[in-house]
Design a protein around this ligand. Structure first.
Ligand code: SAM
Length: 362
């Protein structure tokens, strides 16, 4: 330790001041000072804090520190980072933002309440949701004018499907409520889940009926791979098959008692939805049911931002409007299409319909 250099505060006290009292008053009266102070407190610092939280969570730092406070040297080893000096600089930024704390022995630990909570596995969906906001919603807000001017669009490849599969789990309680009302509790049930994400919804359906077997399909290969690993870890591999595939081109016989589509109807453009729903109906046995759960337009602010991202993308379309999706279900051949609110105050709906097409029977 360098004992010759005075600590920062002492150095500052001894430094000669250029401005006298009148000069300080002139600087403080500058019209941009109050604006800069307000921006720093209310806009800039929260953005920095959110960015640090996302990086600390997605890099695994928060979990490591929640397990055991560590200094920069041992963190560098655990995080496979060679440049300890830069790592320390980044960690110190986290301390300055109040996200991390540094103990007397130099070890870092989660500091803010948000950091302590996001460090926990049970808050993984919230951590992924914050990551979705910074990685996708913020760029949509920032880039929309230039993208519109230049005719550029986001694509599916711009999205990390595994982050989305985790962040979508913030609405899992709502989806599970709808599934609970749709899965018969006895007898064999054959389920097809389209856009299965992490697989948590198939797991819930399987927990309701021990004779349920399922085919879980996802368009994105890395998402299907992660889902298959989860299904294996949950001990469901003998009942649930996972495959990468696209609803629009699935080559399957009509064999399913229940087809589910959770949080993915907006991955289909508005003018493709009837065809996608018809395709889902054609995979149902006569009397089989379709369950579509989705956020609709007009809900929470973050849904407007998701809507903006989707509108700026070269696939999919806006979040549905209840009346329009009901009409599309009818056009797809579901005569008894209905929509149900799951909880008051949320624009989240469970749409369902029965395949009454007896022509498929044989
Ligand atoms: C927002 S995620 C939702 C994941 C999961 N259903 C959930 O609720 O947690 C939407 C998923 O649908 C998948 N998907 C989109 N279009 C699809 C299609 N045509 N066929 C199969 N899966 C599709 C995407 O790859 C993505 O993983």
């Amino acid at each position: 330790m360098d004992t010759m250099t005075p600590p920062d505060g002492v150095a500052r006290r001894r430094a000669k001041r250029v401005a006298n009292a009148a000069g300080v008053a002139r600087i403080a009266a500058s019209p941009q000072v109050p604006l800069l102070l307000m921006m720093s407190r209310r806009l800039i610092t929260p953005v920095y804090r959110a960015a640090f939280l996302v990086a600390a969570s997605s890099s695994g730092l928060l979990r490591l520190l929640d397990h055991r406070p560590c200094d920069a040297d041992s963190l560098a080893g655990k995080m496979e980072i060679r440049d300890v000096r830069l790592l320390r600089l980044w960690l110190d930024a986290g301390v300055r933002l109040g996200v991390l704390d540094q103990r007397f022995d130099g070890c870092y630990k989660p500091g803010s309440r948000a950091a302590k909570m996001l460090a926990k596995v049970r808050h993984d969906a919230a951590a992924a949701a914050l990551e979705e906001v910074l990685r996708y919603h913020v760029p949509a807000l920032l880039n929309a004018p230039s993208m519109l001017r230049e005719g550029r669009r986001f694509s599916l490849a711009d999205q990390d499907g595994t982050v989305i599969a985790r962040s979508t789990q913030v609405v899992t309680p709502l989806v599970h409520e709808a599934i609970t009302h749709s899965v018969p509790r006895t007898g064999p049930v054959r389920l097809l889940e389209i856009g299965c994400g992490s697989g948590v919804h198939v797991r819930h359906a399987a927990s309701l009926n021990p004779h349920l077997t399922a085919l879980a399909v996802d368009l994105q290969a890395e998402v299907a791979k992660q889902c298959a690993e989860n299904i294996e870890d949950w001990g469901l591999a003998d009942r649930v098959e996972v495959t990468q595939g696209d609803l629009r081109t699935l080559d399957l016989e009509p064999q399913f008692d229940l087809v589910t589509m959770h949080n993915n109807i907006y991955y289909f453009a508005e003018d493709e939805r009837v065809e996608a729903l018809r395709r889902a109906r054609e995979l149902l046995t006569p009397g089989g049911r379709l369950l579509v759960t989705t956020a609709c337009q007009g809900g929470h602010l973050s849904l407007d931002m998701l809507n903006l991202w989707l509108e700026c993308a070269d696939f999919g379309g806006p979040l549905p409007k209840e009346r329009e999706l009901l009409e599309q279900l009818r056009e797809a051949g579901f005569a008894d299409a209905s929509a149900a609110k799951i909880v008051p105050g949320e624009e989240f709906r469970a749409f369902s319909g029965t395949n009454t097409d007896l022509a498929q029977q044989d």
